[in-house]
Design a binder for this molecule. Structure first.
Ligand code: FES
Length: 276
């Protein structure tokens, strides 16, 4: 029996926005019935080009239903550009938590959103299976998709990959190839790190300030937020959120997924960011 948060239970028992939007602007499908989970997400924009209606139809477990319900609420009132920045981690954060074996349900929500936005922009249906070579035949997951999961979610084990997207969780024959992909991606990421120059503390602070100005601040300002650099102690960076970020319910996710990730990419993999 899985341990669910109260919020997951609530969204499973009383799912919001079930069904399909009439004449949707975006219509996306993720998962497949053959794999035991499928999600269709539809949305419609209002005159102000913000999402005015979002609905889902899902075939899956309690976590899939709760993740889909949460996603529709998170989408309301967002522009397309804001919506496409929603990550599966933010869906988990919204729900309080998900058992690690159920993380793939939040990933399915993120994928349905990508498919619906693709449909809105192109009028076409996103077909992930055409992109790359199928590695996990039980769940129809390609090498490119696996590489994306490993890179984006910094996965280091085959078990982590199975939790994120189910690959490897059927017959298990693809696990050696999944491990090869993990090793290759980890090697590439390490090579990137090794090429970063050693910085003095003064150079580090300057680069942190530049990265905040160039990469981070524009993202936060689009949602009415911002941050100030408070202090730097070694690799520990202290920031203070201001504006809309102060009351944002997912600011802790923004701190890690946006601020820390950007600073690690630009400055050092050892950077740890904390809010004051
Ligand atoms: S081929 Fe991946 S679990 Fe069977």
């Amino acid at each position: 029996m899985w341990e669910y948060t109260d919020k997951v239970n609530d969204h499973f028992r009383n799912p919001r926005n079930v069904g399909a939007v009439e004449n949707p602007d975006g219509d996306g499908l993720a998962g497949s019935l053959a794999c035991g989970d499928a999600l269709r997400l539809t949305f419609k924009l209002g005159d102000d080009k913000r999402i005015a209606e979002a609905k889902f139809q899902t075939f899956g477990c309690a976590s899939a239903i709760a993740s889909s319900s949460a996603l529709t609420i998170m989408l309301m009132g967002k522009t397309i550009e804001e919506a496409e920045r929603i990550t599966n981690k933010q869906i988990i954060e919204f729900l309080g938590d998900l058992p690690k074996q159920k993380v793939h349900c939040s990933v399915m929500g993120r994928e349905a959103l990508e498919a619906a936005i693709y449909n809105y922009r192109t009028g076409k249906t996103l077909d992930r299976q055409l992109d790359g070579e199928v590695i996990c035949h039980c769940f129809g997951i390609t090498d490119k998709a696996l590489e994306g999961f490993v890179r984006d979610q910094k996965l280091t084990t085959a078990e982590g990959v199975t939790n994120a997207c189910k690959a490897g969780g059927g017959c298990g024959q693809c696990i050696p190839e999944i491990e090869e992909i993990i090793n290759r991606v980890m090697g590439e990421e390490k090579a990137k790190t090794d090429t970063k120059p050693k910085l003095t503390q003064l150079q580090k602070i300057k680069l942190i300030e530049e990265t905040i100005d160039r990469e981070i601040r524009p993202i936060l300002r689009r949602d009415g937020g911002d941050l100030e650099l408070h202090d730097v102690n070694g690799d520990q960076v202290y920031v203070k959120f201001v504006g809309a970020c102060v009351s944002c319910p997912v600011s802790s996710v923004t701190l890690k997924d946006v601020v820390e990730t950007q600073l690690r990419e630009a400055v050092s993999d050892d950077i740890v960011v904390e809010a004051v």
